[in-house]
Design a protein around this ligand. Structure first.
Ligand SMILES: [Zn+2]
Ligand SMILES: [Zn+2]
Length: 838
């Protein structure tokens, strides 16, 4: 059924045929995975007999399943017809009006607010479930009823505009429900409280994205038609505005402050536009707010660079020569806040950064991830012996890195235009690079009447990575084109005086004087020192002579001088620098709990520091706090939903904490008036359970066999011990939700070559990769192929971890659940084509 539903949904989506096959293949596999997991769960061995993750096929499905309201079809129709914002408003209105049933007014309003937030955040954040702590109906001083929305810390995941939009929609449903407006300062100085609370939060906890004025806070809170409230998020108290009637905590409410600061005030301009498109009344006051106060982007960036942390070095400073040169563009593996640097750089920097490192930067955004792109301008270094050279390859970098005295230029940082657009950042000047030259050549070819080798020039124009020879470059510049950047130097970095100084001494061999050497180093001229003479490399001295060999001319700076004197237009080769500091180091490792855990089974104090279950079971009596599941036939505690011995159902019981009698959910014990709980401390036959598990699996656990001190889940549901024994055998650990995880940094990738990823052509074809990016049949590992949208290429370590995990799952399926194994994998190569959740 699931499969048909999905295919029906895909039917109307327009896509190429190979996308459709690919999507159908994924759906089929999801179905197979799900069904197999369900078979295992139906055995009743676990604390749940269903597969917990729900499957949703689109935004409407996702939102409906998150909130368990039957709105999927209606929401889908709305989303198809209008914008997210309008759909959210409409569905909220309908929920509030009771069109989908679901309870009293409070419940309906609560659902309306959460669902609308889920719609505008596309159902992919925890904000609707955990960022809104409560939606309630409260009273003003005059007795009128109003709506109050309380936010919690996780509202952060929603983003400022979306969080603030929740307040707009809450106001709309308030009107639908016929509630009055919230009247600020009905009982206490609530506006003053917000001002004090915001400043304390900024000082003691952390700053927000925007800086806002006190007067804006007062205006905002006193005009809000719905109360903005929140739960306390940090152990920091206000001083002057305590014990208030409507604000029940004296601590700071980070969620509420964020919605006000980064949302209502910080995004007031954007919200006004939304208010207009949604035709909402009562929000005109937003235009009286001053909004986000620009603290000056430069200052913020400066600040970012000055917060130096030990072990997180600053690699490049703004407006300093030699730092990363901004290059606009994108490669297979960059874009979307991932920037490219030359692959030789990590080795030269002693691996302070590698592919995947998070960096902080001054522009375009705050942070990016590093990727390596080998077609960028290479770094230039000075060695111990005075030699200056570009480092073009990783091998070369490895060879010279211990001899590097100074890195003169770090080379390029490739940043996509989209990153500037996304961050609304100004575009700094572009350096003159090969691809710009090639474009100029292309347009020149269309207009010039000069007698040139058109085929040759067209080839150069179409292939910016293939440079012309020195002679060709200078010949082409006669067409009125700037000099090709490969034969240009960093003229901006030297003065006119220095240019003349160099011009006077320029020769194949020059005196080794410090001033001259410094000039050459700043220009980026590769040279060596022999017999105390400076010798520029051949491919450097020729263009230098051509550029400096002309007559002395009047000029304002070096760039103008060489252009005028040589008659060849020379462009700025280094226009903008990106400031970079190492943020978070790259990580790709198993995600473990601290301390690591084999099985979610509570050993209490008996396991010692390592929570060792084998140690705990040596004791004669063992008590532990677990869920109230019990088999009446066998008189035995059970972990699973069914008895392991007789198969009878072991319903989770809510028992009185005093007399252990059955208590109805939400009620008190009829006999003692005490509340009930779904878990209790019971005597558990741990030794026998271990022995039984060992026999069942034929695997002996070794010390330390790590459980947890106590369980944290609502019902204190434990895992069967067998799972832990098998995890230990396969060198794996459980995360707190019972999953096995591997952490790695996300990076974009649009294309790949089969030879880069160690997957055979046959396997790729089987997976649907039949053609390369130009549409030619895929036959060679050198062809460039589009990476399909749901596919990931993972590190080898991650793949090995997944192999171990697959083996664990198979053994668990066979021995614990007595089912067919699923993966049947023996090596990393068998892994390609399987589904992962990430
Ligand atoms: Zn039983
Ligand atoms: Zn009782």
């Amino acid at each position: 059924m699931m499969l048909e539903e999905a295919e029906a949904r895909l039917k109307d989506v327009r896509m190429p045929a190979y996308y459709r096959r690919y999507q159908q293949d994924i759906l089929k596999k999801v179905h197979e995975n799900y069904q197999h997991a369900l078979k295992a769960r139906r055995r009743g061995i676990d604390a749940a007999d269903i597969v917990e993750p729900k499957i949703a096929y689109d935004l409407a499905d996702r939102v409906a399943k998150m909130h368990e309201i039957e709105i999927a079809d209606r929401l889908r129709a709305l989303l198809a017809a209008t914008t997210k914002e309008k759909a959210a408003l409409k569905i909220a209105e309908e929920i509030a009006a009771g069109e989908y049933g679901s309870g009293d007014l409070k419940t309906r309003l609560d659902n309306a607010v959460r669902v609308s937030l889920a719609v505008v955040t596309e159902g992919v954040t925890i904000a609707p479930l955990q960022g809104i702590s409560d939606v309630t109906i409260k009273n003003n001083a005059d007795g009128s009823q109003y709506l109050s929305v309380a936010f919690a810390g996780p509202i952060r995941s929603a983003g400022g505009t979306e969080a603030a939009l929740t307040m707009l929609i809450a106001d709309h449903v308030r009107k639908v429900a016929g509630l009055a407006k919230y009247i600020a300062n009905s009982f206490d100085d609530e506006t003053g409280r917000f001002v004090e609370e915001l400043r304390i939060y900024e000082r003691e906890v952390m700053g927000f994205q925007f800086k806002v004025l006190d007067e804006d806070v007062i205006k905002c809170i006193s005009n809000l038609p719905v109360e903005l409230d929140g739960v306390d998020t940090d152990p920091v108290e206000v001083v002057g505005h305590k014990s208030m009637r409507r604000i029940t905590t004296d601590r700071v409410r980070g969620g509420a402050l964020r919605v006000m600061n980064d949302g209502l005030i910080g995004r007031s301009r954007k919200l006004l536009k939304i208010v207009e498109t949604l035709k909402l009344d009562g929000w005109g006051w937003l235009q009286d707010l001053k909004g986000a106060i620009q603290t000056g982007d430069d200052d913020a960036a400066q600040h970012r660079m000055s917060e130096v942390i030990t072990g997180r070095p600053v690699l490049s400073m703004a407006k300093k020569i030699g730092g990363f040169r901004l290059r606009y563009g994108r490669c297979f593996n960059t874009g979307f806040a991932t920037v490219g640097i030359h692959p030789a750089v990590p080795a030269l920097l002693n691996y302070a950064i590698v592919a995947g490192t998070q960096i902080k930067m001054d522009m375009p955004g705050k942070a990016s991830t590093i990727a390596l792109v080998d077609t960028l301008e290479a770094p230039i270094v000075r060695l111990d012996d005075g030699r200056v050279m570009p480092v073009h390859t990783v091998e070369q970098a490895e060879k010279v890195r211990l001899k590097v005295a100074k890195i003169l230029y770090l080379g390029d940082m490739l940043i996509s235009y989209g990153d500037f657009l996304e961050n609304n950042a100004q575009l700094p000047p572009a350096s003159y690079v090969e691809e710009i030259w090639a474009q100029q050549l292309r347009s020149k070819l269309q207009t010039t009447t000069a007698d040139v080798d058109r085929a040759k020039l067209a080839h150069l124009a179409e292939n910016p990575l293939i440079p012309p020879s020195i002679e060709e470059a200078f010949a082409i510049s006669k067409l009125g084109l700037p000099l090709h950047p490969k034969y240009s130097f960093y003229w901006d970095t030297i003065s006119l005086d220095e240019t003349l100084y160099l011009k006077d001494r320029l020769a194949d061999e020059m005196p080794h004087d410090a001033r001259l050497k410094d000039i050459l180093e700043r220009l980026g001229v590769a040279h060596s020192i022999t017999n105390d003479r400076i010798r520029p490399e051949n491919d450097q001295i020729i263009p230098l002579k051509k550029l400096l060999g002309g007559p002395a001319v009047e000029a304002r700076d070096a760039l103008e001088f060489v252009s005028k004197s040589s008659g060849v237009l020379v462009m700025t080769k280094f226009a903008s620098t990106i400031a970079v500091r190492v943020g978070r180091p790259e990580k790709a490792a198993e995600r473990k709990m601290k301390p690591p855990v084999h099985v979610l089974f509570p050993v209490g104090p008996k396991g010692g520091a390592t929570r060792d279950i084998l140690k705990a079971c040596k004791e004669d009596s063992f008590y532990t706090e677990i869920a109230n599941r019990y088999c009446d036939n066998c008189k035995m505690v059970s972990i699973g939903t069914h008895c392991r011995t007789c198969g009878a159902s072991t319903m989770l019981r809510n028992l009185c904490i005093q007399c252990r009698g059955q208590v109805e959910e939400g009620e008190k014990c009829a006999r003692c008036g005490k509340e009930g709980r779904t878990f209790s401390s019971v005597s558990y036959p741990l030794k026998a359970a271990i022995e039984q598990a060992r026999k069942k699996l034929g695997v002996v656990p070794t010390e330390p066999f790590k459980g947890v001190k106590s369980l944290m889940s609502r019902h204190r549901s434990a895992e069967p011990l067998e799972k832990g024994i098998l995890r230990q055998k396969h060198g794996l650990h459980a995360f707190k939700d019972g999953t096995i995880r591997f952490d790695a940094t996300n990076e974009p990738l649009t294309h790949f070559k089969p030879k880069w990823i160690a997957v055979s052509i046959e396997k790729l074809q089987e997976m649907g990769y039949t053609r390369d990016y130009t549409g030619k049949e895929l036959t060679s590992p050198e062809q460039i192929v589009e990476l399909m949208m749901q596919d990931v290429i993972i590190p080898r370590d991650a793949a090995q971890h997944l192999v171990n995990t697959a083996k664990f799952i198979d053994e668990e399926l066979a021995k614990l659940y007595e089912l067919e194994p699923f993966y049947n994998i023996s090596s990393v190569d068998d892994l390609a084509g399987h589904l992962v959740v990430g």
